[in-house]
Design a protein around this ligand. Structure first.
Ligand SMILES: [Fe+2]
Length: 398
């Protein structure tokens, strides 16, 4: 029988953020602001970006007055009171927290209200104030997505709406060339998990309550995720170890494509767990993902044996270790788990919940908060029950 993932009666949507990629595309900023009629933009950035000299590089390109607003590292719904609501455009210069803050700021400028009212799915009434994104890390892919992550009452929540996609992203890999190794590792591992979870997400034909913002893995998202995964896996260690420009460029494009992929498919249990850890510990997202990836992948393994094996083969793991285990899917699925753990350890990220500062006494809270991550769990390949989740969480302390 011919098997295909091409729709046979189920419609697919393919929203994508327009983007320019390449060394030096930052110089297009004035033209882009003109195109969107932005005369008095608000720049959303953070102090780290300023200290690294990147904000100055951006301001040097500009030919008009700007107002600068500093985002917090872990934005919360309480952070929007002093952002000007009368700006005619926003541009974010930074990582995910700056871009996510700018998304909500642009929604509030257009529609008013409070940030908390936008949490959830499809809560933005219509188009937002023009929004440009200039990512300075190769990680979150937020410049390519329709979601902003904000902490609300101690829990990381999402505002997802197609209106929150930036109008354009200028992805200039040279902005990442001086990123320190620890940040390259954390943000790059985020991109790695985006590509991996997008590729493995529940098939779009079995995601309940379609249409939703995240549709499940489909022919379009899989194409993007596969290339993204190859680019990120192939470049992350070199980008961390030596900062090699060629590796930086691959990581930059890979992280953007991974964002585009998961914005269509959705993610899964690894992100659900990591979001919970982030809300409870304030540890960076990439560290929380690293602590969650092993148990998350192990949980989904029964439903994805063949896919894990295929991904391990695409990484060349069998060639590396000299074993010919391609015909044994169980063994090869194990290879994917081993390779993810090797990569995590090679770039110096934590490998357990204990290593991000939690202990078993927090199990109930971790389970309860993870079950609140509905948009992640809806596209996880395997259904998540409270009992299974508790077992997974307990295993993550080992
Ligand atoms: Fe992420």
């Amino acid at each position: 029988m011919h098997r295909s993932d091409v729709p046979d009666g189920t419609a697919l949507d393919a929203h994508m953020v327009r983007f320019r990629f390449g060394d030096g595309v930052l110089a297009d900023l004035p033209d882009v602001l003109d195109e969107f009629g932005v005369e008095r933009p608000v720049v959303i950035t953070d102090e780290g970006i300023e200290a690294a000299g990147i904000l100055d590089r951006v301001l040097d390109e500009l030919d008009r007055p700007v107002e600068i607003h500093y985002a917090t590292t872990e934005p919360s719904t309480a952070d929007f009171e002093d952002i000007p609501a009368d700006a005619d455009g926003f541009f974010a210069v930074g990582g995910g927290s700056c871009i996510d803050t700018a998304k909500l700021a642009a929604a509030l400028a257009a529609h008013g209200g409070s940030a908390r009212e936008y949490l959830g799915v499809d809560r933005v009434p219509g188009p937002i104030t023009p929004l440009l994104a200039v990512p300075t890390t190769s990680g979150t892919g937020s410049q390519a997505t329709q979601t902003a992550v904000l902490t609300h009452e101690g829990v990381k929540r999402g505002a997802s709406d197609e209106s929150l996609r930036p109008d354009i992203a200028l992805v200039d890999p040279t902005l990442t060339f001086d990123l320190p190794p620890e940040q390259t590792a954390r943000s790059g591992f985020d991109a790695f998990v985006h590509a991996l979870e997008s590729l493995l997400a529940r098939d779009y034909r079995t995601v309940p309550e379609r249409p939703i913002t995240y549709q499940g893995a489909n022919p379009i998202s899989r194409s993007l995720a596969k290339r993204a995964l190859a680019l990120v896996h192939g470049s992350l260690e070199a980008a961390v170890a030596s900062g090699d420009p060629a590796a930086r460029r691959e990581l930059s494009l890979g992280s953007h494509l991974a964002g585009a992929a998961f914005s269509l498919s959705g993610l899964g249990a690894v992100h659900a767990l990591a979001s919970t850890l982030g809300g409870l510990t304030d540890r960076p997202h990439g560290a929380c993902l690293a602590a969650s990836v092993g148990v998350g992948l192990a949980y989904n393994r029964p439903d994805r044996e063949a896919e894990y094996a295929e991904i391990a083969r695409s990484f060349g793991v069998n060639e590396q270790d000299g074993r010919d285990n391609g015909s044994d899917p169980a063994t090869s699925a194990e290879d994917l788990l081993a390779e993810c753990d090797r990569l995590r350890s090679a770039i110096g990220l934590p490998g357990s919940f204990t290593a991000v500062g939690l202990d078993r006494s927090g199990t109930d809270e971790i389970v309860a908060n993870t079950l609140l991550q509905e948009r992640r769990l809806a596209t996880n390949p395997r259904t998540v029950s409270e009992a299974d989740l508790r077992e997974t969480v307990l295993a993550a302390f080992e």
